[in-house]
Write a protein that binds this ligand. Structure first.
Ligand SMILES: C[S@@+](CC[C@H](N)C(=O)[O-])C[C@H]1O[C@@H](n2cnc3c(N)ncnc32)[C@H](O)[C@@H]1O
Length: 233
């Protein structure tokens, strides 16, 4: 979401907008009826075994923070039915779109959260996630707004806490200053190690990749996608 809109502060996060346009009746129905069945209740006590939140007791669980149009989340969940996916997105219209796809394709391996990802990260038990995906997070390109970026030492510590010992953090962006920002933050953080061996690594999309809406926009506007991979150490 652009920084020209007026973000409101909920917990620690900055969001552009939570709701852009009126929802259709079917979308509202999905938000009222399907979302409560799939979303985590962070007011309840935390869950001991996260796999129990899914019907198929997955061995691997991936969390995507800020899934936007849901292209990547839905593609991943459909092509890896054995894996459990957690999608987080506070923007209501995007959540409604993801719910439509979940219903249309009868997807069983997605659980959701519709507020600030930091709230869910603080609620989840330690060491329960195999991979965190942060794909094209809001760039906050103006220097005076950089501190609003999702990548911070505090949020990296949140990722590190929920990741399993051999967990992975994926960060994709087309914004040079955010890519450098993330490399520097992970370098300074005790729990993350950049996995790159050669320049090819950050030009190569992740396995089973599908283009997100923001990546398509970046390419249209002549910016180069960069795919960073960090392992937990
Ligand atoms: C630039 S969009 C990218 C969306 C999508 N990942 C893509 O590549 O098309 C960033 C998304 O992150 C979401 N977001 C921003 N702050 C967030 C937060 N604190 N927790 C969860 N999602 C957040 C926004 O609502 C927005 O949908």
């Amino acid at each position: 979401m652009g920084e020209e809109q007026h973000p409101f502060r909920r917990s620690e996060a900055f969001f552009g907008r939570r709701k852009a346009k009126n929802l259709s009746i079917p979308q509202q129905k999905l938000l009222d009826e399907l979302l409560p069945k799939l979303k985590f209740d962070v007011e309840a006590p935390s869950i001991e075994n996260l796999a129990n939140a899914f019907p198929h007791n997955p061995k691997k669980i991936v969390l995507e923070s800020g899934f936007g149009g849901g292209e990547h989340l839905i593609h991943q969940a459909r092509t890896n039915p054995d894996i459990g996916y957690i999608g987080v997105e506070p923007f209501v219209n995007s959540m409604a779109k993801a719910l439509s796809a979940i219903e249309e394709h009868n997807i069983q391996n997605i659980r959701l959260y519709d507020e600030d990802a930091t709230e869910l990260l603080d609620w989840l038990p330690e060491g329960c996630i195999d991979r965190v995906d942060l794909l094209y997070p809001d760039p906050w390109p103006k220097k005076k707004h950089w501190k609003r970026r999702f990548v911070s030492q505090k949020n990296l510590t949140r990722f590190a806490r929920v990741l399993k010992d051999d967990g992975i953090f994926h960060f994709a962006s087309d914004i040079d200053t955010y890519i450098n920002w993330t490399l520097n933050h992970c370098d300074e953080h005790p729990s993350f190690e950049w996995q790159a061996q050669s320049a090819n690594d950050w030009h190569t999309p992740y396995e089973n990749w599908t283009r997100t809406r923001y990546e398509a926009k970046a390419i249209r506007e002549d910016r180069t996608p960069c795919y960073l991979r960090f392992s937990k150490k």
